[in-house]
Design a protein around this ligand. Structure first.
Ligand SMILES: NC(=O)C1=CN([C@@H]2O[C@H](COP(=O)(O)OP(=O)(O)OC[C@H]3O[C@@H](n4cnc5c(N)ncnc54)[C@H](O)[C@@H]3O)[C@@H](O)[C@H]2O)C=CC1
Ligand SMILES: O=C(O)C(=O)COP(=O)(O)O
Length: 396
């Protein structure tokens, strides 16, 4: 645990320098060999099998998806998992546009054709003119794009497609009010995944990988698609049943599959365009995400404030005194009563307090008028339902 003066942050992936610089060297040690870290900074490294040390107080994912992180198990330990909503959405949108164009204009196979040309061919011009006939495509304008998942990425994809002259239909049963407001009014609301697959010529998936979205596109609903349709998956491997998708391609139930997640099932399929998980790999997105999560992490480690955690409510309070206690607890009755009684018994006067909940998780920040002794923290931690307690005095 940090002594209030310095924090150790274990870094599991390559994180942009711009982000790491937000954790000043005087106060933070960052790197891949940090022992007993206070926090872990990660991109796509799979943490499910990792033994996450008891010292860890927070996880920061420099990106959007958190399916590589054991969020439920961390919640039980009162550990927030931060991410960077929207930090890489523009990068993904641009790659989705590239994917649509690559598929609609047959660009990968055209490129392979050109790479195979012989510079010594005396009839090169004629070979090219003959060859190009095989790659005639179609224009995106006036075709229908179906977007499944209208969050940060999906909304930008829908907007860009409308600007390209496409018709757009969208499906998202859990759309937030903010996301709904940010959608262009031309986006037609679809009734179901099936509605989208049946009626769109191009379908782009932008959902998180959850139990409910695993194999969202499967043999049963792939059958509804047009034989020349293009399916784009920049969400996650697992959202599409790849075995069923390959069968649909082979059975001419689907025209082309564009995705960011190559695997042995789809490699080298002539009508699959696969990229090596490049969606967020731009300088801009890498900087944005790293800066966002580094700042969120720093404010949490130093002040207990929570912004953009996927398993905690947003809770933020300006410092009212030098002595702050941050408590993560189960969202059950009488927690606040027990916390304030424990503090009162120790003679502590509460200066300011904020408590919020989100689902099963509640989080409380309490500023008190005098220093908190270790036995009080032990007593707070012993309250049934309290998951984590941190003492965050401002160092002199
Ligand atoms: N290829 C890459 O490099 C990247 C991939 N991603 C993937 O894209 C996903 C989406 O990213 P964002 O848009 O930033 O996240 P987001 O959280 O802003 O949006 C996700 C949307 O999916 C919706 N959704 C959830 N379940 C659904 C369902 N069953 N049907 C339809 N919609 C559903 C949610 O309501 C939400 O609006 C991420 O979770 C991640 O897996 C994100 C960024 C980069
Ligand atoms: O943000 C996401 O969900 C991504 O998939 C990006 O992954 P990456 O940070 O490039 O490993």
């Amino acid at each position: 645990m940090a002594d209030g003066a310095s924090f150790g942050v274990l870094v599991l992936n390559q994180i942009s320098k711009a982000g790491l610089e937000r954790l000043p060297a005087g106060r933070y040690r960052t790197g891949k060999d940090i022992t007993a870290p206070d926090a872990i900074l990660v991109r796509s490294a799979d943490m499910h099998a990792m033994d996450i040390p008891a010292s860890v107080r927070a996880i920061a994912r420099a990106g959007a998806g958190t399916n590589n992180i054991p969020v439920a198990a961390l919640s039980v330990r009162g550990i927030p998992v931060f991410n960077a909503p929207g930090g890489n959405a523009n990068a993904v949108k641009e790659l989705v546009l590239a994917g649509m164009l690559m598929a609609a204009r047959n660009l990968p196979s055209a490129q392979r054709f050109v790479e195979g040309l012989d510079p010594a061919d005396p009839h090169l011009d004629k070979t090219i003119e003959e060859g190009k006939k095989a790659f005639a495509g179609f224009e995106l304008g006036n075709h229908t794009l179906g977007v499944i998942g209208l969050g940060k990425v999906g909304a930008l994809v829908a907007d860009a497609a409308i600007k390209l002259g496409m018709q757009v239909m969208g499906y998202d049963p859990e759309i937030t009010v903010d996301a709904a407001w940010s959608l262009p009014s031309q986006v037609r609301r679809a009734a179901s995944v099936e509605d989208v697959l049946k009626n769109a010529q191009i379908v782009s998936l932008h959902v998180p990988l959850l139990k409910a979205t695993r194999h969202l596109v499967h043999a049963g609903n792939l059958r509804l698609m047009r034989g020349d349709a293009i399916l784009l998956n920049f969400s996650r491997e697992g959202v599409v049943d790849d075995a069923a998708m390959v069968a649909a391609l082979d059975g001419r139930q689907l025209g082309c599959y564009v995705c960011d997640f190559p695997n042995p099932l789809i490699l080298r399929h002539p009508r699959v365009i696969a990229l090596p998980h490049l969606g967020a790999s731009t300088r801009e997105a890498e900087d944005n995400c790293a800066v966002m999560v580094a700042e969120q992490l720093r404010d949490f480690l130093e002040n207990g404030n929570v912004r953009n955690a996927v398993n905690f409510p947003d809770v933020s309070m300006g410092r009212g005194s030098a002595w702050r206690v941050a408590i993560a607890n189960a969202n059950v009755p009488n927690m606040l009563g027990q916390i304030s009684t424990t503090m009162a018994h120790a003679g502590l006067n509460i200066h300011n307090m904020v408590n919020k909940s989100r689902g099963d998780m509640a989080y409380t920040l309490v500023d008190v008028d005098s220093a908190v002794e270790a036995p009080v923290l032990t007593a707070l931690a012993a309250i049934e339902g309290v998951l984590a307690v941190r003492y965050l005095p401002v160092s002199a």
